[in-house]
Design a protein around this ligand. Structure first.
Ligand SMILES: *[C@@H]1O[C@H](CO)[C@@H](O)[C@H](O)[C@H]1NC(C)=O
Ligand SMILES: *[C@@H]1O[C@H](CO)[C@@H](O)[C@H](O)[C@H]1NC(C)=O
Ligand SMILES: *[C@@H]1O[C@H](CO)[C@@H](O)[C@H](O)[C@H]1NC(C)=O
Length: 502
């Protein structure tokens, strides 16, 4: 096998800057609610795969398996069990021996609702990530959240579980992202290279599935989105080498690794950088004309019409897509400049500079990366999970309606109606799924508004209330005639409601 040495010449600015360089471990919290001796709030690190529940919480029982404690093989037990009530089970797993993603997959197969990986040494928390090339077999299908906890907390939880204590915890992502105001700023760090296997495919699937949502959010002013591109550079001693000439533009200043890692075949790194540059310029020109969302159309259409992996990418093909979107080609060309020139390109220089966090956030070194309100999103680039993350970036009560829609449901109402009020006879419940988790809110059924606290009581009120379960009133049918104590004019529980509202 060919070693990577020949292309590893390229350097990522963020990696080279050892002083300012800073990879940030993004966190959520785990709150132990029982046993009493461990009660409290602890930090944990969000794994960069599976679906974290940004903005929400998840309550469950902690299970420490008897064997297969590193979860490197499939479990022969099930964690689905309902014997401890409606709450799901979280599996405590020891770090080591196999990929984190393998552990998550095996636990998910056995019915776990989340995994808590226990670090094997005393150290600051790390970000659990997925392997680049190998072991990604099930990556796209991991849907449970994964967190890493410290060795100390892990040992304590294990001890309690082995003692037979009921160990109950709340995983909490509500404060994982800042949510200061009614607009969310987010960045997507990407690359036009589509030939990196499952990772590139997932990135493109994300763009395709998220495009519509991103455009609506942007058009209505809820978000400010900026795409970014990672570029490498060539150390000065190598600028005239064959490697740098085929992978870089502007005399080694901006580079991308060769897509197939083979100079003699297909596209070169240079082609990727040039396309990256065009994509930044598409955004810039579109943004200047007040239509930043056209970037999503460009990237989407480009992937369909000019994919590199199908050898369809040419300058003409890309130009056609730009023109079809009504963007000014002259402005784009001016923005792109001359890739052969021995000079800085202000656009790519700014991109390189933005890679470094400058103290505001961690450096961007993983591709693709989503940055929401200056924090890096961790987890799978899944439409629903990303939307949850963006939604959790709005100040409470300022979230747009899309955040409360079906796309971001948590399905907590499926079990036990989320503990909310329920009228089983009439199949009416106060449980409502939202991205922040379930809320207990009295429903409106067939136009009739229910009022109450949503937890223990909801009653039909106002006009039409007698149509539903006879308004909860006495009713008797005698000789074909129905007599009822219900009056549509009576407004139920006005007093109780006005108190419940404060
Ligand atoms: C992932 O799930 C999809 C849809 O259920 C399935 O078609 C695919 O084979 C799964 N892939 C792996 C590697 O398990
Ligand atoms: C996009 O346009 C907005 C509004 O005009 C501006 O505030 C923002 O800085 C622009 N973004 C970029 C990357 O040019
Ligand atoms: C109760 O209502 C839910 C949602 O409206 C529906 O999915 C479910 O099938 C209903 N169940 C019964 C027993 O009617």
């Amino acid at each position: 096998m060919m070693g990577p040495a020949w292309w590893a010449v390229l350097v990522l600015l963020a990696m080279a800057d050892a002083v300012a360089g800073r990879f940030v471990v993004e966190k959520n919290s785990v709150q132990v609610t029982s046993p009493e001796s461990l009660k409290g709030k602890y930090e944990c690190a969000i794994g960069n795969f599976g679906l974290p529940q940004y903005g929400g919480t998840l309550q469950g029982w902690v299970v420490y398996p008897k064997d297969n404690r590193q979860a490197c093989k499939e479990f022969d037990v099930s964690f689905k069990g309902h014997k401890s009530g409606a709450r799901p089970n979280f599996v405590l797993i020891d770090r080591g021996e196999c990929f984190f993603t393998t552990k998550a997959w095996n636990a998910q197969l056995a019915g776990a609702a989340a995994i808590l990986v226990v670090d094997s040494k005393d150290e600051p928390l790390i970000t659990m990530d997925n392997p680049e090339d190998t072991g990604t077999k099930h990556l796209e299908n991991i849907t449970i959240p994964s967190v890493l906890i410290t060795k100390k907390l892990g040992e304590d939880l294990k001890k309690s579980a082995e003692n037979g204590d009921m160990v109950s915890v709340l995983l909490d992502w509500r404060e994982s992202l800042p949510h200061p105001d009614e607009r969310v700023e987010y960045e997507f760090w990407t690359n036009s290279n589509d030939e990196c296997g499952p990772k590139c495919d997932m990135q493109m699937d994300f763009v395709k599935s998220f495009r519509g949502t991103a455009q609506v959010l942007e058009q209505k002013g809820y978000t400010q989105f900026t795409p970014h591109y990672i570029t490498w550079y060539c150390p000065e001693a190598f600028t005239v080498s064959k490697q740098c000439k085929s992978q870089c533009i502007n005399h080694g200043r901006y580079c991308a690794p060769d897509p197939e890692q083979d100079f003699s075949k297909g596209y070169d790194g240079k082609d990727v950088v040039v396309q990256n540059l065009h994509q930044v310029c598409v955004f810039k020109v579109a943004n200047d004309t007040g239509k930043p969302w056209l970037w999503w159309d460009y990237v989407h259409d480009f992937a369909i019409r000019c994919p590199m992996k199908e050898k369809k990418y040419t300058h003409e093909c890309a130009s056609h897509v730009i023109k079809s979107l009504g963007l000014d080609m002259d402005k784009i060309n001016k923005c792109v400049g001359d890739p052969e020139a021995d000079e800085e390109n202000p656009i790519l220089k700014a991109e390189q500079d933005a890679q470094i966090g400058h103290g505001k956030r961690g450096d961007v070194t993983i591709l693709p990366t989503l940055v929401v309100n200056n924090r890096q999103y961790r987890g799978k680039l899944d439409k629903g999970a990303v939307l949850k993350a963006i939604c959790s970036g709005f100040e409470e009560t300022t979230e747009p309606a899309i955040c409360l829609s079906e796309d971001v449901q948590t399905n907590e109402c499926l079990e036990n109606h989320g503990g909310c009020w329920v009228d089983k006879a009439n199949n009416v419940t106060a449980c409502k799924d939202t991205f922040r988790g379930r809320v207990c809110e009295c429903p409106i059924v067939k136009g009739v508004k229910f009022v109450g606290d949503g937890y223990t009581n909801c009653e039909a009120s106002g006009v039409g209330r007698c149509e539903i379960n006879n308004g909860g009133c006495w009713k008797e049918t005698k000789n074909g005639k129905t007599i009822s104590a219900c009056s549509n004019l009576k407004v139920a529980n006005v007093h109780k409601v006005s108190r419940a509202m404060v």
